[in-house]
Write a protein that binds this ligand. Structure first.
Ligand code: CP
Length: 326
């Protein structure tokens, strides 16, 4: 059974959100439109909706996170869910408890949603295959495989600034090889019909046959950044690197770092994005990261509405357990 079949029900509705790959434009547009309708909740005096009142959301983060964990937690709270964040470093996982046993124990506490980040590709799908039918599983990043909610907040941010997707030119720069963000974003942009997707990286930081993902490959910034509407910078993911794929960080910055001079090659109204965490002076200069073209913190804000949308949509498609009040 493929991942696609795990995350959709027989009617093709989202039960889990594990990967963007294989979803339709209709699925992605539903998420983006729902997020747009939820975006204003943050401006209200009481920043809450009753959508997930009585539901329990469990954050299971087996890998470090600042943005994803906290915005998932805020999103769940703004939908009135009860939220539990398991601190893996002080959980019984460190005493050797298996992922499945941890899962079974949390499941026994009658929760309704797992938000999972794990260093192993496929971990969220594994959990989705083993949970009870009423539980939704959201992938908050698995190994180098996928980071689908990041991709959705990225395309949401792009759509707010540059809604003309057929004429959109996006450049994704840096460590594409180890990046689940790049993989999910490329799928999302292709599904939404983006005009051109470029990847700019040294050969050692590109996956084999990356062109098959539907991207144009560039090895230098001068050609790759020319006339793009969006520049997405990625950090070097050293925690996933095996062996020497790079000379030094300084040399990487000299060839691939985003400076004001290089950004001038893009369109005059081009926006600069980064999923975070940023490494100043390695992939991006501070003047760009803090400059007027950067929408990096806006991405973080948008992540709350996008995650609220995905939580509402997936839980809305789950059958309620027997005995629950209507
Ligand atoms: N973009 C992102 O996934 O950031 P965190 O690792 O801080 O969650």
């Amino acid at each position: 059974m493929s991942t696609i079949n795990v995350q959709l029900d027989r009617q093709g509705r989202l039960l889990h959100f594990l990967t963007v790959e294989g979803l339709s434009r209709r699925h992605l547009t539903e998420i983006l439109d729902t997020a747009e309708s939820l975006h204003g909740v943050a401006e209200r005096r009481v920043k809450k909706l009753p959508t997930l009142h009585g539901k329990t959301v469990v954050n299971l983060f087996f890998e470090a996170s600042t943005r994803t964990r906290t915005t998932f937690e805020l999103a769940a709270k703004r939908l009135s869910a009860d939220v539990l964040t398991l601190n893996i470093a002080t959980s019984s996982a460190v005493k050797g408890e298996s992922l499945l046993d941890t899962l079974r124990n949390i499941e026994a506490m009658q929760c309704d949603m797992f938000v999972v980040r794990h260093e192993q590709s496929g971990a969220a799908e594994f959990i989705a295959r083993h949970v009870k039918p009423h539980i939704a599983v959201l992938n908050a990043g698995d190994g180098r495989h996928a980071h689908p909610t990041q991709a959705m907040l990225d395309v949401f941010t792009i759509r707010r600034h540059k809604p003309d997707f057929p004429n959109l030119r996006v450049a994704i720069v840096g460590d594409i090889l180890h990046s689940r963000v790049a993989r999910s974003l490329i799928h999302a942009l292709n599904i939404l019909g983006a005009g051109e997707i470029r990847v700019i990286a040294p050969r050692t930081l590109l996956p084999a046959q990356v062109e098959t993902l539907g991207v144009h490959v560039f090895h230098d910034m001068q050609r790759g950044l020319r006339d793009v509407d969006v520049v997405v910078m990625l950090r070097l993911q050293k925690e996933r690197m095996e062996g020497a794929l790079l000379p030094t960080e300084q040399e990487f910055f000299q060839r691939y770092g985003l400076t004001e001079e290089r950004l001038a090659l893009a369109k005059p109204d081009a926006i600069v994005m980064h999923p975070g965490p940023i490494n100043r002076g390695v992939e991006i200069d501070s003047r760009v990261a803090d400059g007027p073209r950067a929408v990096i913190l806006e991405q973080v804000t948008n992540g709350i509405a996008v995650r609220m949308a995905i939580m509402s949509i997936t839980l809305g498609h789950h059958a309620r357990p027997v005995g629950e009040d209507g």
